[in-house]
Every structure is written in structure tokens, then in C-alpha cells.
Design a binder for this molecule. Structure first.
Ligand SMILES: NC(=O)c1ccc[n+]([C@@H]2O[C@H](COP(=O)([O-])OP(=O)(O)OC[C@H]3O[C@@H](n4cnc5c(N)ncnc54)[C@H](OP(=O)(O)O)[C@@H]3O)[C@@H](O)[C@H]2O)c1
Length: 189
């Protein structure tokens, strides 16, 4: 497993990410980007892992979970939570990283939702943030914390268009002072 994990998310212009435990938009281009990014590995027979909160796991259509070709790890406070064989439930992001370091895993992607992004965006082992920036406002009930001051934009795609929605794929990298101080990452203050 690599030293750092990455985050993949899509949000609208107000930082909205969800509504009624579902995605507020339908963008097949973004779903394909997500699938290709989180599934592909350079090494045959080594999988990536996706780490998510219990609500995000339960928001996936039953036929789509576990997300295939990836080890699915769900974060929950319920010690009895049952996952399909080969997939795991743990009680924290650190527990997920500790578990995955033991296996033949290449990349680890944290894929939501807001409660898990909140912790992951402050984590000292965050590598890249793959952000689909949706250039519209949707009716949302779940939002990201403010994170941009701590991230440096590395790349941005051309503007894409689907279902009357403009969006871009951006890649950010954590950008903090050399004298790393976790207080700088307290994004809620
Ligand atoms: N736009 C995007 O990129 C994107 C991506 C993913 C999800 N979403 C959306 O986001 C929404 C879901 O997000 P959410 O914030 O409501 O839920 P979530 O983060 O997916 O899951 C929350 C659950 O995770 C567990 N959890 C959270 N913090 C924990 C901790 N510190 N220790 C142990 N367990 C912990 C708890 O599970 P238990 O209650 O079982 O203990 C909690 O109820 C949905 O609308 C979904 O569609 C959007």
C-alpha cells in the first residue's frame, strides 16, 4: 500500500455533495471517471481499496455493492456490522488504513460521505484530492467542510458538459507549511 491515501469526491458550487442519502445529480461521465480512477492499478492481481462511511455504503444500489474490482471498507461504530466476504467494516479511518496496509493493496481512496471527508481532509496521510467540480447549484442536505486553503491545485480538465451541467475534473494536493502542525488542518475553526 502507498504511504498516502487519496480522496475522490464530487461537489457543486456550494460544496453540496448529497441529498436524501443519494447523489443530487446524474453524470455518467463522472461515474466512469470514478470507476476508472479507483479501479485501475499498475500491478496485476493487486487491488485498490475504497473506504466509505456506513451511510454512503448503504446509499449504493444493492446490485452495485460492493464496488467491484476494489476492496470495500466501511466505517461504522456498529461492531456487528456485516460485510460481504473479502470486504470489511472498521471503526475509524485509521483502523481502515491499518487493516489495508496488511494486504496486497495498491491505492486507498476515501470516497465519502461528508462525515468521513471531514476527517480525511484533516489527515496527515492525505495525498491527492480528486475533485469533480460541478458548476451548478443543487438542492443538497450534505455539505463538505471548507478545505481549499489547505490544498494546492495541480491540474484541471477542460470543461465538460452532460445533462445541461458543466463540470471539471480537478486534482489538488495537500499544501501545508514545512513545520507541519495538525492545528493548521483544523478545518472547522
Ligand atoms: N458527492 C460525492 O462525492 C459523495 C460521495 C459519497 C457520499 N455522498 C453523499 O453523502 C451523503 C452521505 O454522507 P454522510 O456524511 O451523511 O454519511 P457517511 O459519512 O457516508 O456515513 C456516516 C456514518 O459513518 C460512520 N462514522 C462516521 N464517523 C465515524 C467515526 N469517527 N467513527 C466510526 N464511525 C463513523 C457512522 O456509521 P454508523 O452510524 O453505522 O455508526 C456514521 O453514521 C449521501 O447523500 C451520499 O450520497 C456524496
Amino acid at each position: 500500500m502507498r504511504d498516502r491515501f487519496d480522496i475522490v469526491l464530487a461537489c457543486d458550487l456550494a460544496g453540496g455533495i448529497g441529498k436524501d442519502n443519494a447523489l443530487p445529480w446524474k453524470l455518467s461521465t463522472d461515474l466512469k471517471y470514478f470507476r476508472d480512477l479507483t479501479t485501475s492499478t499498475p500491478v496485476p492481481n493487486v487491488l485498490n481499496a475504497v473506504v466509505m462511511g456506513r451511510k454512503t455504503w448503504e446509499s449504493l444500489p444493492p446490485a452495485a455493492r460492493p464496488l467491484k474490482g476494489r476492496i470495500n471498507v466501511v466505517i461504522t461504530r456498529n461492531p456487528d456490522y456485516v460485510m460481504p466476504e473479502g470486504h470489511f467494516a472498521v471503526d475509524s479511518l485509521d483502523a481502515a488504513l491499518d487493516l489495508l496496509v496488511q494486504g496486497p493493496v495498491d491505492r486507498v481512496f476515501v470516497i465519502g460521505g461528508a462525515q468521513i471527508f471531514d476527517e480525511a481532509l484533516k489527515h496527515e496521510r492525505l495525498g491527492f484530492l480528486y475533485l469533480t467540480e460541478i458548476r451548478a447549484h443543487f438542492d443538497c442536505d450534505t455539505y463538505l467542510p471548507d478545505y481549499r486553503p489547505f490544498l494546492q491545485l495541480m491540474s484541471c480538465s477542460e470543461v465538460m458538459h452532460e445533462n445541461d451541467i458543466d463540470f471539471v475534473f480537478k486534482v489538488y494536493q495537500l499544501n501545508v507549511p514545512d513545520y507541519f502542525d495538525p492545528q493548521y488542518l483544523n478545518l472547522n475553526t
